[in-house]
Design a protein around this ligand. Structure first.
Ligand code: RIB
Ligand code: CA
Length: 313
């Protein structure tokens, strides 16, 4: 069993990633969830994961982190996730409450209790970066940091920058320069595992609560891609969970990666360099390049929904 903490900004794809983790509790010891401002304000993203847990019957501790990036102003994304951050599904508002602990205090307490844990970071890296700055003495108990973020060459929020990194590049630079084992699920690998719109249509909401919620989430989330004339949407954050379950599903490459902090077109860019004897960057990162088999990849998602449909009545 791998001890994990999921640091997130739910977010449509965050929720689907977390649901996939919930369905695989036999593989993950989920210590808790920490939230960070990104897709929407800290309050909204926290409420979103609380109400999803209430709806599905889960109650992992949820601890709120930072409400804005280290240096830049907050830059929420209503165009992709709506005004509330999880627009689309009609589920009851949250009854449960956050833990009352700050996210970095929660991470600290978990690290003091376990031998090792994996941080799964699927939002801006503000919490992770500031945890590393605040409690450096605990960092070596982190066995791996797996992020959805960055890219080998593409951009979504800017021509060469992916949202999670662009939102807080200073925090991202701290994480990439931590010398901890790191795995990066960037835009390219997420796009290679995208779900087609007709595959979304084939999700049968009558199968159960989880499939119904996932379909409503994807019906809204596909809008960002649809506006661009695409016929499929990546479920970005879910890539991290499927990597942890099936690393063999991915083509990957060790590369040196660092983060550009400035530049009209390049702020938030993850600069990926081939590793050689004359490398200029010294941050070896496992970069997921592509999903080998899109059907096998998505089947993990479908199986997770089937499991949750049986469990969550
Ligand atoms: O660029 C995709 C990332 O930005 C995902 O984590 C999504 O949730 C948004 O936060
Ligand atoms: Ca996210």
């Amino acid at each position: 069993m791998r001890n994990i903490i999921i640091d997130c900004d739910p977010g449509h794809d965050d929720v689907l990633a977390i649901m996939t983790a919930f369905a695989n509790r036999d593989r993950f010891n989920i210590l808790g969830i920490t939230t960070v401002a990104g897709n929407q304000t800290l309050e909204k993203v926290t409420n979103n994961i609380l109400k999803v847990q209430d709806h599905l019957g889960f109650a992992y501790p949820v601890s709120m982190g930072y409400d804005s990036p280290i240096c830049k102003p907050l830059d929420v994304q209503p165009a992709a996730h709506g005004e509330m951050g999880l627009d689309g599904p009609e589920i009851a508002d949250a009854v449960s409450k956050p833990s009352g602990k700050h996210a970095i205090e929660f991470i600290k307490e978990c690290l003091e209790k376990v031998d090792k844990l994996t941080m799964v970071c699927i939002g801006p890296l503000t919490n992770m970066g500031l945890f590393l700055k605040t409690y450096p003495q605990l960092k070596n108990k982190i066995e791996e940091i797996v992020i959805m973020g960055g890219s080998y060459n593409l951009g979504n929020v800017r021509v060469k920058a992916e949202f999670n990194i662009y939102h807080d590049p200073e925090a991202a630079r701290i994480v990439f320069n931590s010398a901890l084992p790191m795995t990066m699920a960037g835009l390219e690998v997420c796009y290679s595992g995208a779900i087609n719109f007709d595959e979304i249509d084939r999700l049968n909401e009558k199968n159960g609560k989880a499939t119904k919620l996932a379909k409503e989430i994807l019906e809204f989330y596909k809008g960002w891609a649809e506006k661009r004339g695409w016929t499929q949407t990546a479920i970005f954050d879910m890539t991290t969970i499927i990597y942890l379950l099936h690393p063999e599903y991915f083509d990957l490459k060790m590369m040196n990666v660092d983060v550009e902090l400035s530049g009209v077109y390049t702020q938030g860019m993850t600069v990926c360099e081939e590793i050689s004897s004359y490398s200029r960057i010294n941050n070896p990162v496992k970069v997921l390049m592509a999903v080998k088999d899109r059907f096998a990849f998505l089947n993990v998602f479908y199986e997770a929904l089937n499991k949750l449909d049986q469990e969550c009545k």
